[in-house]
Structure formats: structure tokens, C-alpha cells
Design a protein around this ligand. Structure first.
Ligand code: AMP
Ligand code: MG
Length: 411
């Protein structure tokens, strides 16, 4: 007897449930700061020094003692008592003298401002006349103004960016403790699938299509810091599916598949996963992307994405991506959307929450790709993001909608 058809699960419920299964991977490795972009920090970084280490000049000019320069009375010039370039350090500034100083050089003791060279005049005898009287602190970058000694510079669970690598380097870190990469086995199901390169377009048999999901899923996984074992195409047979899953479970944290998660006769993922472990097959209330499966095969997580390319792409972004980040201990998992005016209309409201492929135009609005079918991957290339449209909502030209730029979710 057939089990009762479960209702469609709201995306937020599905995500919460999925994240509930994603316990952080144990295992920390030390990697060169050069190679840590995109990795997740396993321990907080505390600075053992001030950055910058000393007060220093933010201009090429002259370090002065403000009290030596009397407001409202142009003076005849002060002698230059020393020269301080970046990388050196000066002596205490002698009273009634100036120090020639360059950007990044430490402020000499006694000086309390820098006058930029454009506001100075070098006189015939080598003395320097200050044309604009400074206020104390002018053009001085204070010690510790970027990072104070003892400050937490980067937190555990933060994903490293190019800027954070620079910041880590600025406190002297050449190696960083990061969470180990998730090991992901990827395979595609479907007897219709052919690999580009194996068969030329003009030789394709009727009914065959090229395997496109394999390419974008692999690239998305790599961008998320995963180690990917690409296990290729598994035929639509129960025994082959069971065998592929069993061997993949041995040494992977996650088995990710596309296709075969509907409940058609050729969809073997469900019985195969059930025979080896456990499976929840969800019908998620989103469009595109309704069928989605999560379960376990031995010690590995299992996630089955729909076969339709856009469904596969969107469900990866909204579900698999946060799951993989949580596995790596990332704490900030929310996807930020921004309010942008729609420069299109969307008259057919759907009962499901929709993720429409759109792109920004020069007028600051969003345009819609004409064909929103779940098989039309061109929409995801033409587009530069998704409109997250609530269930039952039509969109009129000029309405404010929630926009998720691909830049937010493709890394
Ligand atoms: P399925 O979920 O297996 O029923 O597949 C749904 C649709 O997606 C079918 O039209 C498949 O041919 C197509 N499809 C499945 N897997 C892939 C893939 N790896 N690349 C491109 N299209 C696919
Ligand atoms: Mg199939």
C-alpha cells in the first residue's frame, strides 16, 4: 500500500531540519595563510601586537610640535633636525625644530602632528616654513587603531576572505588553523546522460542529453572548500545505485546525487538509500526544486537533488550550501537578500515559494529571464541572482522584491 503523500514542506522548515543533522566536522588542519581563502577558521585569532605597532605618519611632510608653531603669525621657518623614512625610527624631536617624515614612518617622541609637504615651503637656508598651522594629532595614524594588542581579530567559524588573510598576516600569522575540508562524493543518475567529450553532438542518440549538472555541482562544491570525488554517472538500476552508494559511503562525509529522487519507476535513489541506511524524501514547497532527499548511508550524509538542472542549481544554493558551511563550523549561515524594485511583472502566483532568475539593469531594477522553466539552465547564466518570491505573490512593475545576488551564494 502506498504511504500517504506528505504535504509540501516549507523551505525554512526543511532547512532547519537539514541543518539539525549537520554536526560540525571534527578535524583541524594548519594551512599556509596564502592558501586559506574560503576556508573556515577553527580557532579565534588574538593579536599579540598593536597594528600599526607605533604612531606613524599618514603623509609625506614634516613632524612638528604644535606648540612651536604659533597660530596667526607666520614665522620665518624652523630647522630640520632629522629625517625619518618608513622602516626607520627617529630620535626625540628637538624643540623648535621639524623632522622630515615619510608615510608609514614612526612619529618621533615629542612630535604631535604632521604637516603635509604641500603645506610647507623650503627656504633658501634649508629651514622650512609651515604655511598651515596643524591641530594636534593631524596626519598621525595611532598605534593599535586597526587592531589593539589582545583583540580578537577573526572568530572561530568565520569564513576567510582575501581581506581576512591580509588581516591575519598583519598580526603575524603565516599559518592558520582551519576546519578540514568536507569530503563529498558526487554522482549523477540517469540513463539518458552522456558526458561531453565521449559523444560528439552530431552523434548523440535520440533521447540522450549531456550531463550538465555534474559540471556545475562539482564547481559549486569546490567553491565551498570541499574535496570532491566525482563518481560519474550511475545507471538507472537498483543494483548499480546500491553499489555506488555503498562504496561512496566508506570515505566521504556527504554523498550528493542529482536525478532519480522523484517517485517514478526509474527513480532508484529512494529504495537504494533505504536499503543501506535511512531516507527522508521531501517535497519542498519551492519552485523550481520540489523533490529533495536527505538521509544517511552508513556514516555518510546523503543528499539527493532533483535532476532538472535549474532545480538542482537552486536547491544546492538554498539547502546544500548552508549544510556544507555548517559542517565546516560556519556560524553565519543566513543568506542576505536585498530590496530591489522589479522592472517586470509576474502575474502567475504560485502556491510555492519561487526563486526567479533575474538580473540587474542599469536603472537599478531587476529584469526577468523570459523562460523560467526548471530545465532552462540559460536562465541561471543570463541572471545575476534570484528573486525570493513568497508563495501566492504576484509582482507588479515597480514592486519591491527580495533579491539574492549570485555573488552572495556562489562562493
Ligand atoms: P529526474 O529527476 O531523474 O527525473 O530528472 C528530471 C529531468 O532532469 C530529466 O529531464 C532529466 O533528463 C534531467 N536530468 C537529470 N539529470 C541530469 C543531469 N545530470 N544533467 C542534465 N539534465 C539532467
Ligand atoms: Mg532520472
Amino acid at each position: 500500500m502506498n504511504a500517504p503523500r506528505p504535504g509540501l514542506k516549507p523551505l525554512d522548515d526543511a532547512l532547519a531540519e537539514l541543518l539539525g543533522h549537520a554536526e560540525a566536522l571534527a578535524g583541524v588542519e594548519s594551512v599556509s595563510t596564502f592558501d586559506a581563502d574560503g576556508r573556515v577558521l577553527a580557532q579565534e585569532l588574538v593579536s599579540a601586537l598593536h597594528v600599526p605597532p607605533q604612531d606613524n605618519s599618514s603623509m609625506d611632510g614634516y613632524a612638528v610640535r604644535c606648540a612651536d608653531l604659533v597660530q596667526g603669525r607666520s614665522h620665518t621657518g624652523l630647522p630640520v633636525s632629522q629625517r625619518i623614512a618608513a622602516g626607520s625610527s627617529g630620535a626625540p624631536l628637538a624643540p623648535m625644530s621639524l623632522a622630515r617624515i615619510f608615510t608609514g614612518a614612526p612619529i618621533p617622541p615629542g612630535a604631535d602632528a604632521v604637516v603635509m609637504q604641500e603645506d610647507c615651503e623650503v627656504l633658501a637656508d634649508g629651514a622650512v616654513r609651515i604655511k598651515a598651522v596643524p591641530v594636534p594629532g593631524q596626519w598621525i595614524r595611532r598605534a593599535g587603531e586597526d587592531v589593539a594588542l589582545g583583540a580578537v581579530v577573526l572568530s572561530r567559524g568565520e569564513r576567510l576572505t582575501p581581506a581576512s588573510l591580509g588581516l591575519a598576516a598583519s598580526i603575524g600569522m603565516n599559518l592558520l588553523p582551519v576546519v578540514r575540508r568536507p569530503r563529498v562524493a558526487l554522482f549523477s543518475t540517469g540513463d539518458e546522460l552522456v558526458m561531453p567529450g565521449d559523444v560528439a553532438p552530431e552523434q548523440m542518440k535520440p533521447g540522450s542529453i549531456y550531463n550538465s549538472n555534474r559540471f556545475f555541482l562539482r564547481a559549486l562544491l569546490l567553491r565551498l572548500g570541499c574535496e570532491v570525488s566525482d563518481l560519474g554517472i550511475v545507471p538507472d538500476r537498483l543494483d548499480a545505485t546500491v553499489q555506488a552508494l555503498r562504496s561512496a559511503a566508506e570515505n566521504h562525509d556527504l554523498i550528493l546525487t542529482s536525478g532519480g529522487v522523484s517517485v517514478g519507476e526509474e527513480d532508484h535513489i529512494k529504495p537504494a538509500v533505504q536499503s543501506l541506511g535511512s531516507l527522508d524524501l521531501w517535497q519542498i514547497a519551492i519552485k523550481p526544486g520540489k523533490p529533495f532527499a536527505h538521509g544517511r548511508v552508513q556514516n555518510a550524509h546523503f543528499i539527493g537533488l532533483p535532476g532538472n538542472p535549474v532545480s538542482s542549481f537552486v536547491t544546492f544554493l538554498v539547502l546544500v550550501r548552508p549544510f556544507l558551511l555548517k559542517l565546516q563550523g560556519v556560524t553565519q549561515l543566513a543568506t542576505h537578500s536585498i530590496a530591489v524594485p522589479a522592472h517586470f511583472t509576474w502575474a502567475r502566483a504560485d502556491k510555492r515559494r519561487e526563486f526567479l532568475r533575474v538580473r540587474r539593469n542599469a536603472a537599478g531594477g531587476l529584469e526577468l529571464f523570459a523562460n523560467q522553466s526548471s530545465g532552462v539552465l540559460t536562465s541561471a547564466v543570463w541572471g545575476d541572482g534570484l528573486v525570493d518570491n513568497p508563495p501566492g505573490r504576484t509582482i507588479a512593475h515597480g514592486d519591491t522584491v527580495r533579491f539574492i545576488p549570485f555573488a552572495e551564494v556562489l562562493g
